[in-house]
Design a protein around this ligand. Structure first.
Ligand SMILES: Nc1ncnc2c1ncn2[C@@H]1O[C@H](COP(=O)(O)OP(=O)(O)OP(=O)(O)O)[C@@H](O)[C@H]1O
Length: 243
C-alpha cells in the first residue's frame, strides 16, 4: 500500500516478491532508505539478503510490488539503468580484475559515469592507507581486505548516491574488519547513503542508523539500532545471539 507519510524516501520497496523462476525467495518485503542514512539488512544464511540486493539492482525483476527510487518506480529497469541512476553495488565477491592494476580497477568506474560527478580515482584510493603506494600492483596480488577496499574505492569513483554493500567484512581478519568498518563510518560522516548487508551483527549495529532483520524472505524486525539492541527476543529468535 505504500508508506502512509507524504515524505519521499530515497529508496522504497513496497511488498516486493522476487525469486528465481518458480522459487519465490522474497515473500513481500517492504523497506525504506532515506538520504544520509546507513541502513543495515541482517539475517541468517539463506534469509534472502543477497536476493534483496539483486532485486534492488535490477538483476531480478519483482513478480509483484514496487521499488521506488526518488519517487519513481524502477521495478522493471535493468542493471545498467540502475547504475546510471546512482545506485552502486559492491558485490560480495568484490569482482576485482586480477590482470588490472589497483589504479586500472578503480578507473573502470569512470567509464559511463553520467549522472553525477564521481570521486577522483586518487581521492578514492587515498581513503585506504592499505592501498597506498600499491597503485600499480595487479588485482591478483591483493589480499581479501585489500580487494574489499579497492571494490569500495571503485564504487566511489562511479559517484554513488546510494552505496549498496553486500557483506563487506565477510572472510576478513578482525583487524581488517575494523579498518573496513572505519572507512564505512567515514563515508557515513560525509553524508553518503548506505545500504549495508551484513552477517556480522556487531559491525552492522556499530554503523547503522536503522536495522531490518530478514528471515526466510520476510522482514521480521524493523527499527532503530537502539531498538534492535534492546530487543533480546529478536536477536535470540532470528540471529541466534544471546548474551
Ligand atoms: N540462483 C539461485 N537459484 C535458485 N535459488 C537461489 C539462487 N540464489 C539463491 N537462491 C536461494 O535463495 C535463498 C536466499 O538466498 P540469498 O543468497 O538471498 O540469501 P542470503 O541471506 O544472502 O544468504 P548468504 O548470507 O548465504 O549470502 C536461499 O534459499 C538460496 O538457496
Amino acid at each position: 500500500m505504500g508508506s502512509s507519510n507524504s515524505h519521499t524516501h530515497l529508496l522504497e520497496l513496497d511488498d516486493v516478491r522476487s525469486g528465481y523462476g518458480e522459487t519465490e525467495v522474497l515473500n513481500g518485503i517492504s523497506m525504506t532508505v532515506d538520504e544520509g542514512e546507513v541502513v543495515a539488512l541482517i539475517g541468517r544464511n539463506g534469509a534472502g539478503k543477497t536476493t534483496t540486493l539483486r532485486t534492488i539492482m535490477g538483476h531480478l525483476v519483482p513478480t509483484t510490488g514496487t521499488i521506488n527510487y526518488r519517487g519513481s518506480d524502477i521495478s522493471q529497469r535493468d542493471v545498467a539503468k540502475t547504475a546510471q541512476q546512482g545506485i552502486t553495488l559492491v558485490p560480495e565477491d568484490r569482482q576485482i580484475f586480477p590482470g588490472l592494476s589497483i589504479r586500472e580497477n578503480a578507473k573502470i568506474s569512470e567509464v559511463g559515469t553520467t549522472h553525477n560527478e564521481g570521486w577522483d580515482v586518487d581521492d578514492a584510493l587515498s581513503l585506504f592507507a592499505n592501498l597506498e603506494g600499491k597503485e600499480n600492483r595487479p588485482g591478483s596480488a591483493l589480499s581479501g581486505g585489500e580487494q574489499q577496499m579497492l571494490a569500495i574505492a571503485r564504487a566511489l569513483v562511479s559517484g554513488p548516491e546510494l552505496l549498496v554493500l553486500d557483506e563487506p567484512t565477510e572472510g576478513l581478519a578482525p583487524k581488517i574488519v575494523d579498518e573496513v568498518a572505519g572507512i564505512i563510518a567515514d563515508l557515513k560522516s560525509r553524508g553518503l547513503t548506505i545500504l549495508l548487508v551484513e552477517q556480522n551483527v556487531e559491525t552492522a549495529i556499530e554503523l547503522a542508523d536503522r536495522v531490518y532483520v530478514l528471515d526466510r524472505g520476510e522482514i521480521v524486525f524493523e527499527g532503530t539500532t537502539e531498538e534492535f539492541t534492546a530487543d533480546e527476543n529478536i536477536k535470540e529468535s532470528y540471529l541466534g545471539i544471546s548474551e
